[in-house]
Design a binder for this molecule. Structure first.
Ligand code: FES
Length: 588
C-alpha cells in the first residue's frame, strides 16, 4: 500500500474523504484510500457499517489468568447488543489483564503498563468511543487512566462482585477471612484441613472479591465519578441485572459519541470530590487514593493526597461491609447499593457534577432505595457505623510527603500510640526474622517495614498489613501499629500506616529508622513522628546510600526510573497528562 499523508481528519491525498464527524472516518471514510481498512473488517459487516456509524471499542480485560474477570466475554456480548441497538458498531478488543491473586511480584507494578496498552490500543484504532470492561483491582484504574489519556467518549462497566461465601454457618469474605483464618492457623487455633475446606467455600461464582476491597471500591468509585451508569458498583456478577447494565451502557456510549461527550467532560474536579466522599461513606480501600490521583493526573484535574482527608474527615461511614464491618457486596446490592448511600449523603455530594448519562449526578441518588435499605448494611447519617470515617492523611518528619491510614479498619485503642521501633529492612528480612523467638518485640512496639514502596519492591506491593510475630499472636493479640511504604489489600485490616512518602528506596526518612527509635502515631492529630532531633535525622539521611538494584533493564528499569511517589498516584512521570487522540500517519 502506498503511503498517504492523511489520517488527521483532513482531506487525504486523493481528496475523497467522507466527513460524518466520526473519528473512525479518518480510516473508513475515504472511498479509495479507506479500502484497506474497510475490506479487512468486512468479515460479515455490511457496507453501511462504514458509512459514519459510531465505531465502539469494547476494551476487555478478560483472561483465564484473571479469574475475577473471567466472565467479561459474556458482559461484552451484552454491551454489543446495546451498541447494535443504538446504531453503532461494536468491536471487542483485548487489553492486558492483571489478576491480583496470580501476578508476581505485584499487579501494581503492571498497572501503568496496562494503562499504556489501553491508551495506545484506543488511540491507534478506528474507534469513536470506548466501553471499558474491568473488575480486578488494577484493571479498573489502568483502563480509566489509559482512556483518560486519549479522551474519547468513555463508559466503564465493572464485572461485579462474587456471591457471598459460606462455610459451616459462617459468611466468608474474599481475602478478609483468609487473612483472619491464616492468623488462626499460625496461632495454632485452626488446623490446615479446616483452612483448606474453608478456602474452597469462599469463591462461589464469577466476579470480583465480594468484600469492599479494592475491586468493589473501584467499581463504586466508577459509579461515584459518574463514569459508569448508576448501580454499577454493586450488582453481583452472577445477577442478570449486571448484563442489563452492560446492554444499557452499550446503548448509551453510542449517544455519547453523537453528543461529543468525552471522558474529560465527565470527570471534573467535582466528580473526584464526590468520589472521595463516597469512598469515606462506603469504607473503601486505601488503594483508591493512588488510583484516583493517577486518573486525575491524566486529565489535568488538580487533586492532592490531602484532598482525601479534606473531603472525607468529617464524613460518616454508612456501609457495614467487610473488611471493616460485617457484610458483603451481595448484601450491599440488595440493600440499595451506592444509590442508597448517595441519597443518604444528600447535599454533601455535588449533585450538579456531570455524568455519562448526560444527566446531573443527583440522579444517581435513589431516595426510595435509601428508605428501604437494610439498616444492618446501610446506615443513616444520624446513626452511622462511624461518625468520622474516611482515610486519614498523616504528616510529620517520618512522612514529609504524607502517609495514609484507614481508621475504620484499625483498632481504636491504637489510634494514638507511642512505641519502640522494630525494623525490618526488606520483606525478605521480615520473613526471615518475624517468627524468631529471640526477636526483641512486644505488643507495644511499632513494626517498621522498609523497601516496599513504588521503586523499592518495585511496584509497591500489598504487604502493608504484614503479619504479627507468632509469639504475639499466641498471646491472642491480633493488631499492632505497623508502618511501611507499601500498600494494603482493600480486603485487609489493621492499624497500619501505609504509602509513607517519600519511600525508603527513594531516601525518605523511613530509610533511616533504626531499632529502638521511638515513634509516635497520632491519628486524630494527623501526625506520625520519629522521635529524633532534626540534626540527627539530617545526619542519618546524609549517610544513607541507595541500595543497589538488581534490575538493570526492561520494564522494571523503566518503572524504577520514572514512577512517581504514592502521594502523586504512582504514575510514570511521562504519562501524566494526555495526548492528542488523532493519529496522523498510516500505511494505506
Ligand atoms: Fe481480582 Fe480480588 S483478586 S478482584
Amino acid at each position: 500500500m502506498a503511503d498517504e499523508p492523511a489520517g488527521d481528519g483532513s482531506t487525504g491525498a486523493t481528496g475523497d474523504t467522507g466527513d460524518t464527524g466520526m473519528r473512525s472516518q479518518d480510516w473508513y471514510g475515504r472511498p479509495l484510500a479507506g479500502f484497506g481498512h474497510r475490506s479487512w473488517m468486512k468479515r460479515g459487516l455490511p457496507d453501511d457499517a462504514f458509512d459514519g456509524r459510531p465505531m465502539i471499542g469494547i476494551a476487555s480485560s478478560w483472561s483465564d489468568l484473571t479469574p475475577c474477570n473471567g466472565h467479561l466475554t459474556d458482559v461484552a456480548e451484552h454491551v454489543k447488543r446495546g451498541v447494535w441497538e443504538a446504531g453503532g458498531v461494536p468491536l471487542v478488543f483485548p487489553t492486558t489483564s492483571l489478576g491480583e491473586t496470580q501476578i508476581r511480584p505485584t499487579a501494581m507494578l503492571l498497572r501503568n503498563l496496562m494503562s499504556m496498552d489501553v491508551e495506545e490500543s484506543i488511540r491507534g484504532n478506528p474507534i469513536d468511543g470506548v466501553v471499558l470492561l474491568g473488575g480486578c483491582d488494577k484493571t479498573t484504574p489502568a483502563q480509566l487512566m489509559g482512556a483518560a489519556s486519549v479522551d474519547l467518549p468513555t463508559i466503564m462497566v465493572s464485572g461485579g462482585p462474587m456471591l457471598n461465601g459460606h462455610y459451616r454457618g459462617r459468611e466468608l469474605g474474599s481475602g478478609t477471612d483468609l487473612i483472619r483464618y491464616t492468623a488462626d492457623v499460625r496461632a495454632g487455633v485452626m488446623d490446615i484441613d479446616e483452612f483448606t475446606d474453608l478456602e474452597s467455600c469462599m469463591t462461589r461464582s464469577w466476579g470480583t472479591c465480594n468484600t469492599m476491597g479494592t475491586a468493589s471500591t473501584m467499581a463504586c468509585m466508577s459509579e461515584a465519578l459518574g463514569i459508569a451508569l448508576p448501580t454499577n458498583g454493586a450488582i453481583p456478577a452472577a445477577d442478570s441485572r449486571r448484563l442489563r447494565l452492560a446492554h444499557l451502557s452499550g446503548r448509551r456510549i453510542v449517544d455519547m459519541v453523537r453528543e461529543g461527550q468525552r471522558i474529560s467532560t465527565v470527570l471534573t474536579r467535582s466528580n473526584f470530590e464526590n468520589a472521595i466522599r463516597a469512598l469515606a461513606a462506603i469504607g473503601g480501600s486505601t488503594n483508591a487514593v493512588v488510583h484516583l490521583l493517577a486518573i486525575a493526573g491524566r486529565l489535568g484535574v488538580e487533586l492532592t493526597v490531602d484532598d482525601f482527608d479534606r473531603f472525607s474527615h468529617d464524613s460518616p461511614l454508612l456501609v457495614n461491609l467487610k473488611p471493616s464491618g460485617d457484610h458483603l457486596m451481595e448484601d450491599f446490592f440488595y440493600s440499595g447499593g451506592l444509590p442508597a448511600v448517595l441519597a443518604h449523603l444528600g447535599d454533601v455530594i455535588d449533585g450538579d457534577a456531570p455524568t455519562v448519562t448526560g444527566r446531573p449526578f443527583s440522579t444517581y441518588a435513589d431516595p426510595v432505595a435509601a428508605e428501604n435499605a437494610d439498616p444492618a448494611v446501610i446506615r443513616t447519617p444520624a446513626d452511622p457505623v462511624l461518625a468520622d470515617s474516611g482515610i486519614a492523611v498523616l504528616r510529620g518528619n517520618l512522612c514529609p510527603g504524607g502517609a495514609v491510614i484507614k481508621p475504620n479498619a484499625a483498632t481504636p485503642a491504637l489510634m494514638t500510640h507511642r512505641g519502640r521501633a522494630v525494623v525490618f529492612e526488606s520483606i525478605e528480612d521480615y520473613h526471615t526474622r518475624i517468627d524468631d523467638p529471640d526477636l526483641d518485640v512486644d505488643e507495644n512496639c511499632v513494626l517498621v517495614l522498609k523497601g516496599c514502596g513504588p521503586k523499592g519492591y518495585p511496584g509497591m506491593p500489598e504487604v502493608g498489613n504484614f503479619g504479627l510475630p507468632r509469639k504475639i499472636l499466641e498471646k491472642g493479640i491480633r493488631d499492632m501499629v505497623r508502618i511501611s511504604d507499601a500498600r494494603m489489600s482493600g480486603t485487609a485490616f489493621g492499624t497500619v500506616v501505609l504509602h509513607t512518602a517519600p519511600e525508603s528506596a527513594a531516601g525518605g526518612p523511613l530509610a533511616v529508622v533504626r531499632d529502638g527509635d521511638m515513634i509516635s502515631l497520632d491519628v486524630p492529630g494527623r501526625s506520625l513522628a520519629l522521635e529524633i532531633d532534626d540534626a540527627e535525622l539530617e545526619k542519618r539521611l546524609q549517610l544513607w546510600t541507595r541500595p543497589a538494584s538488581p534490575h538493570s533493564r526492561g520494564y522494571y528499569r523503566l518503572y524504577i526510573d520514572t514512577v512517581l511517589q504514592a502521594d502523586q498516584g504512582c504514575d510514570f512521570d511521562f504519562l501524566v497528562g494526555n495526548s492528542p487522540e488523532r493519529v496522523t500517519r498510516d500505511s494505506h
